[in-house]
Write a protein that binds this ligand. Structure first.
Ligand SMILES: *Cc1c(COP(=O)(O)O)cnc(C)c1O
Length: 341
């Protein structure tokens, strides 16, 4: 076990021992390889560097109260990576190979999995990049898949808390028929300016996007899906330009099992005024409750509840975290226990 101040870790890169790699050459994926190198050696004309042939994933491993190590819905991440690869014409990694790589990298870095009491976890970052050399625009013929891990601290250091968000009308993250549904680096490059301008003042937790075509409907926050709650109903946007969040998908299932109604449909901005609770959801925080959404360009501001997390948000959050840490039964079969760590 490493001597790390787990509870005060940030969401940053903390060195671990090993990463796992797999190369696609001559039309096929090779064997998984273990590396202790943090750098990669690729051709300067690699398509990932010039034309953005890059996709990534993000998931976590949790040390439970019972000492077991659990990974949450990694098959879903494996399938989503395949969809991203399809979307930007990269070789698809078989889901079994993806899962094998996750298990391997977690096992190899077992000493970096934070203890249960700290609320910290082991963040797992898979990425897949085009490494084949191309000068003209076309998909690469060689690819590299890497998974590394890094311990990250608890998202809510001062306890579960609500934060203000801000609508950005000046910039779009993704077009209605663009790559917003894929987890690719290009979407993040497109959001850097919006994110920096909106959030680096420290006033807001994150920028918030409307649909790019009409600027009328709620899309999502920078790296998290949106949901609103009213009349015991969980409402989340249906849009062709948002990333299908696995957390959101899970929350919809949990909401139903807790007796809520679930709606997935277009949400006009004005409807924000009617929500009793709102949240941003994703692997990083599970739920980041939203206290307020400001729309500075129209002068509108939408407030949710009394500035504290709402009762449904708290219930959903506790349920999902409980499943991840093994204190709630895994009734949907979402958990893979990593044996031998
Ligand atoms: C990764 C991501 C999310 C959250 O997805 P999870 O699977 O819940 O972690 C939401 N929006 C964007 C743009 C993302 O990249």
């Amino acid at each position: 076990m490493q001597n790390i101040d787990w509870a005060n870790l940030t969401f940053g890169y903390h060195a671990t021992n090993y990463n796992v790699r797999c190369y696609y050459r001559n039309g096929q994926w090779g064997e998984l390889e273990v590396s202790s190198e943090t750098s990669i050696n690729i051709h300067m004309a690699a398509t990932c560097l010039h034309y953005g042939q890059e996709a990534f994933e993000g998931l976590k491993a949790f040390r439970g109260k019972d000492g077991k190590v659990r990974v949450f819905r990694m098959d879903e991440n494996g399938k989503r990576l395949q969809s991203s690869c399809d979307g930007i014409m990269m070789a698809k990694l078989p889901v079994e190979k993806f899962e094998e790589a996750i298990k391997k990298v977690v096992k190899l870095n077992a000493e970096f999995i934070p203890p249960y009491e700290t609320g910290a976890s082991l963040y797992i970052r898979p990425l897949l990049i085009g490494t084949g050399a191309r000068v003209g625009v076309s998909p690469a013929d060689e690819y590299l898949f890497i998974v590394f891990v890094t311990p990250v601290g608890p998202y809510f250091k001062g306890g579960f808390m609500a934060n203000p968000y801000v609508i950005t009308r000046k910039y779009d993250r993704s077009a209605p028929l663009g790559t917003g549904i894929y987890k690719v680096g290009g979407n993040y490059a497109a959001s850097m300016r919006a994110h920096t301008e909106a959030c680096h003042g420290g006033q807001y937790a994150c920028e918030f996007y409307l649909d790019a075509k009409e600027k009328k409907f709620i899309d999502e926050a920078g790296a998290a899906n949106f949901f609103g709650i009213k009349n015991d109903t969980y409402i989340t946007p249906k849009s062709t330009s948002i990333l299908p969040s696995i957390t959101n998908k899970s929350l919809m299932q949990l909401a139903e099992s807790l007796g809520m109604k679930v709606e997935r449909r277009a949400i006009p901005e004005e409807e924000l005024a009617t929500f009793e609770e709102a949240g941003a959801c994703g692997t990083a925080a599970v739920i980041s409750p939203i206290s307020r959404i400001d729309d500075p360009e129209t002068g509108k501001s939408y407030q949710f509840g009394d500035g504290k997390p709402g009762k449904w948000s708290e219930k959903l959050y506790n349920k999902l975290r409980g499943i991840q840490y093994g204190t709630e039964p895994d009734e949907f079969g979402w958990i893979t226990v990593i044996e031998g760590v």
